[in-house]
Unconditional design. Structure first.
Lengths: 226, 530
């Protein structure tokens, strides 16, 4: 994954670039709006991380608007210390695809970047999803593993569907809360983990290979890989 | 008296009196002038007629005839008789009621109005003087002092009117001062007490709804609001001092110890991981405080949309159900159909979630929690979360409103003590209140919400805006999951739903376009950009 980071804070830049490199990604970096604009327009990136308040007369939202006007569809994650609802709306309206508030955890950033970059590739209507021998039919809303059919509550089905759409990616608790339950606040309990362990019991019987993994310091990942 | 002279009531009364007198004089002066001139003309005319008649007698009957006529007329002693004098060319009187020709009157014929001395008395008189054939002189006049009482009566009347006006003004001023200025003084004293820092004072109000009373009530409302905001600010500073310092101190000593002792890498990494957890806790509290401040200042009211509270409650029950099952607690929803209100779905979900979380924390295995949404009628709905846990003693109920308040029963459980504060704030911003009751045994937390609250600031329950928000234990808890929660509390999780009128915008935020179910899509639509 080739990532462009437009951010003026040195420390945050170092932290993110290093983290991305360690995760096996290529990261370019611009520390002002003009350079960021130039790089974003001239190089092909899988995803762009954009700070909102930048030096150099041009702020993050203006860059995003300009890119979108010129037909650039690269997924953009806005990174900002402005956490107001209004600010978030402004960011998404300008053409951003996701909004992450500072301070943030690197695991969260990485998971969201992953989700953004793959969304472009995997778009198109699907009627069924498959991870290993786990199969989900989106039309009849039925799940099965091998020949064993799995009975799921509507909410469990939604959770599984989301995990399967992001198979092989780390999915954070916040992402699950936002996308499965539409909760845009932190319920500050481990309820998500309880939901996950309940789902895990249903999709993984004792004899079957584990599919749903807990990723330390980040969240969960559904994968058939070893 | 000095104070009275300086009061605005006196200034007002004095002004009105002066104005009244001026108006009176302006009215009386032209009247008097017109009256006076008309009267003088009439008198002069009378004198002329008289003089003509006497001239006629002289022409017909000669000198002796006129003399006889005048003598006869004077002899009749008519009261208010005119001055009559018939004299020869040398001005020697021949007949009349004057002993001699008055020195002040010239010998030429004409009409005069001049001061004169008659029988030793100084007065003013009007004369018509004619010259008769043979150079005889005829003088007909009238003593003006006869009319003096008329003028003096006019002036006395005017003075009396002015006096009455002045007295009425002074008395009126005194009465206005008594009736109004004393109340203004009351307001003044109250405000001064408040300026000195005593916020318990409020302006005196009466049942009557005059302007001053209405003003007082408005000011009282403003004072309530200011006091509340003041408390909010004080609360926040206390909270920051109290609850942010502790984890920060912990973090600092952890890092300092690390720097001093320089343990082996493995221990170092473990310490760093713990330090990150400390930071996350600080961020969590910080976000919660900001969110409370955001709600308390009423900023979120602009995001109100039509929302079905029953749906929100049912979804919250679904969300917490596995956690309840894990604990062996029965969690159920009881509702009587939809409950449409105008509100902020994100805040409502968080508040109901906090109540359920709170109940879960204090209900032991085998217990039951019931969530109920009821239409109370009168444009109110009630969201109840009832448990059969230990409840809280009555004397503790009012205290739990305080931020970071943690009841004795909550010692040893995780939490920062902001959960019920948030619930109370959410209820308030929706024009309602949080009430804590007894469930025999257990606790009934009733969140009362007004159906139509858009723009309405009036509390719907009694004295709700002065009622302390109540709650018994913190509903919040720091994530206790063993998997570690790097993303938790440190990201957008405190940021409510992106407000988008198209689901694409919403889906963008989550990163998944089609995973949103109908229910979620419904929730998306309930917020719109305002």
């Amino acid at each position: 994954m080739k990532v462009l980071l437009v951010e003026d804070n040195e420390r945050v830049t170092r932290f993110v670039v290093k983290g991305l490199q360690e995760a096996g990604h290529v990261a370019d970096h611009a520390d002002n709006g003009r350079d960021g604009m130039f790089l974003a327009a001239s190089e092909p990136y899988d995803v762009i991380i954009m700070d909102r308040m930048l030096p150099g007369q041009i702020d993050g939202l203006a860059i995003i608007e300009a890119l979108r006007k010129s037909g650039n569809r690269t997924p953009i994650l806005i990174l900002s210390a402005l956490s107001d609802v209004d600010e978030r709306i402004k960011g998404l309206k300008s053409g951003g695809d996701d909004y992450l508030t500072k301070p943030f955890a690197f695991g969260e950033l990485l998971a969201r970047l992953d989700a953004l970059s793959r969304r472009v590739q995997g778009s198109g209507t699907q009627t069924s999803l498959r991870v290993g021998d786990l199969h989900v039919d989106l039309l009849s809303r039925k799940a099965s593993r091998g020949t064993r059919s799995i009975a799921l509550q509507p909410q469990e089905f939604k959770l599984l569907e989301y995990l399967m759409r992001h198979a092989g990616q780390v999915v954070t608790r916040t992402m699950l809360l936002e996308n499965v339950w539409d909760y845009h606040f932190d319920p500050q309990t481990n309820v998500v983990d309880v939901h996950i362990s309940k789902l895990r019991q249903k999709i993984e019987s004792d004899s079957e290979r584990p599919l749903l993994r807990t990723v330390r310091n980040a969240g969960y990942m559904l994968t058939a890989d070893e | 008296m000095n104070k009275f002279l300086r009061s605005s009531a006196f200034t007002l009364a004095f002004g009105y009196v002066v104005f009244g007198i001026a108006a009176l004089i302006l009215f009386a002066a032209p009247l008097w002038y017109a009256y006076y001139v008309t009267l003088q003309d009439a008198r002069r005319e009378g004198l002329r007629t008289d003089a003509q008649r006497l001239s006629e007698i002289f022409r017909r009957q000669g000198v002796s005839g006129l003399s006889t006529y005048i003598d006869n007329r004077v002899g009749m002693q008519i009261p208010g008789e005119r001055i009559l004098l018939f004299a020869d060319s040398k001005l020697h009187p021949m007949s009349g009621n004057l002993p001699e020709w008055p020195a002040a009157v010239p010998s030429e014929p004409g009409e005069y109005d001049l001061p004169i001395t008659l029988a030793g008395v100084h007065t003013r008189a009007m004369f018509v003087e004619d010259v008769l054939p043979g150079d005889y002189r005829l003088l007909v006049g009238r003593d003006q002092s006869l009319f003096a009482p008329l003028a003096s009566r006019f002036w006395i009347g005017l003075s009396a009117a002015i006096a009455v006006l002045s007295i009425a003004g002074v008395v009126g001023g005194l009465m206005i001062r008594r009736a109004v200025l004393l109340r203004v003084d009351g307001i003044h004293n109250t405000v001064q007490a408040i300026v000195r820092g005593d916020w318990s004072h409020r302006l005196p109000t009466k049942a009557a709804s005059d302007e001053l009373n209405t003003l007082s009530m408005t000011i009282n409302g403003m004072l309530d609001q200011i006091e509340q905001l003041l408390h909010g600010v004080r609360d926040v500073s206390n909270s920051i001092a109290h609850d942010l310092r502790t984890p920060l101190a912990e973090l600092r000593s952890r890092l300092e110890e690390l720097s001093l002792t320089r343990p082996n890498p493995e221990e170092t990494f473990a310490e760093i991981d713990d330090a990150v957890v400390d930071v996350d806790r600080v961020i969590l509290i910080f976000n919660a405080l900001l969110r409370l401040a955001e709600i308390d200042t009423g900023m979120r009211r602009s995001g109100f949309v039509p929302v079905n509270a029953a749906d929100v409650a049912r979804q919250a029950v679904d969300f917490y159900l596995p956690a309840a099952e894990l604990k062996g607690v029965t969690l159920s929803y009881r509702g009587t159909g939809p409950a449409h209100i105008s509100g902020d779905p994100v805040l409502l979900a968080q508040a109901i979630g906090n109540l359920i979380d709170n109940a879960l924390k204090y209900t032991s295995g085998g217990g039951a929690i019931t969530v109920e949404v009821r239409d109370l009628g009168g444009s109110r709905i009630q969201i109840t979360v009832a448990d059969d846990g230990p409840g809280i003693p009555d004397e503790e109920k009012p205290k739990v409103s305080a931020r970071f308040y943690r009841g004795d029963a909550s010692r040893g459980t995780p939490g920062v003590g902001l959960g019920l504060t948030l619930v109370a704030s959410v209820a308030k911003v929706h024009g309602g209140a949080l009430e804590l009751g007894d469930n025999h045994p257990g606790l009934r937390a009733n969140m009362i919400i007004a159906v139509h609250t858009a723009g309405a600031l009036q509390p719907i329950v009694g004295d709700a805006d002065r009622t302390e928000a109540i709650g018994y234990q913190p509903a919040t808890s720091v994530a206790a999951d063993d998997a570690g929660s790097l993303g938790r509390g440190a990201t957008v999780d405190q940021v409510p739903a992106p407000v988008g009128d198209e689901s694409a915008l919403r889906a963008n935020a989550g990163g998944i376009p089609s995973a949103t179910s109908d229910a979620a899509a419904h929730n998306l639509r309930i917020r719109s950009v305002s």
